[in-house]
Design a protein around this ligand. Sequence first.
Ligand code: BYC
Length: 333
Amino acid sequence: MYTQALNQKDSGPQVAEDPERLARFEARVAAEDKVEPNDWMPEAYRRTLTRQISQHAHSEIVGMLPEGNWITRAPSLRRKAALLAKVQDEGGHGLYLYAAAETLGTSREELVEQLLNGKAKYSSIFNYPTLTWADIGAIGWLVDGAAIMNQIPLCRTSFGPYARAMIRICKEESFHQRQGYEIMLTLCRGTAEQKAMAQDALNRWWWPSLMMFGPPDAQSAHTDQSMRWKIKRFTNDALRQQFVDATVPQGHYLGLTFPDPKLRFDEATQHWQFGEIDWEEFRQVLAGNGPCNRERLEARRKAHDEGAWVRAAALAHAAKRKARLAAQRMAAE
Ligand code: BYC
């Protein structure tokens, strides 16, 4: 059983807000008005959004690594083109999300630094290895499937820039989910060896996919406040159940079995009941002890260091351009 709330509150000093402004803000949120970057907002709202959006961005960027690992080994040109496009989309999602987070006042450099120095989290799921080609199918089907379940409601989140970024992201995630399911379908209709590969991938990715939704509601540090501020529209457990209900029939259609002896359809509730999640494993992955945590951060640090010259060149180019434009303006006056 998961017994420890991972992070009690957003870090940073508690700010005493002006009660009248706070009441006006809460009334706006309750009326489904979008909050925009220049609007007044409580510090805790700004902080929790910066945390969630930046961790979401980090997840997209780190999430490129397990799949990127298979681009050179995709079994056909068609598969390679689709996988390449998917991984590029994820890079794009990271960029929209960093841009949305920056509107809250923290620079992208600072947010990236928090990832690289291990202060900021990214999704637990990306600390698992991709051992076979079937893992690319399972990631698309399950990981992107879980991502969509969690992210569609975020298109209605109360912070405008985040909600707008999520619309395009969700459209792309839907293509990702389909390409994954199609890989699984092809493998399951293939040889016995291919079907066994698909089954093995499902066995390894099922439980980590359920963990993506976060700790159980009773132990979730942020859910209550985030639901009140309409940052989250559903709780972690509600989304996890929706995902199980949607995904189990898809797995059965593939002719696969789920690695959960307690999985059964409950006629009374019309939901799939599932067994206990290993929250100790989740806690270990978040603590940095998952199978690939070190490898993932090392890869990000290496890419960041190797990209230093690109950032320097872009800054030098921008400075030159600014100086040239200023000189042209002076000459024109
Ligand atoms: N992994 O109070 P809670 C993708 C942390 S990208 C790691 O419930 P909250 C994709 C949580 O951050 C997938 N950490 O938190 C990309 C908090 O720690 P801090 C990412 C987790 O924020 C490429 C603590 O546990 N999706 O789909 O209310 C290819 C307590 O949790 C996890 C998003 O980021 C986890 N699984 O709810 C394919 C979506 N779960 O920050 C696919 C946006 C929880 O206090 N994010 N934690 O140190 C969210 O919807 C929410 O942030 C969560 C957590 C539901 C994830």
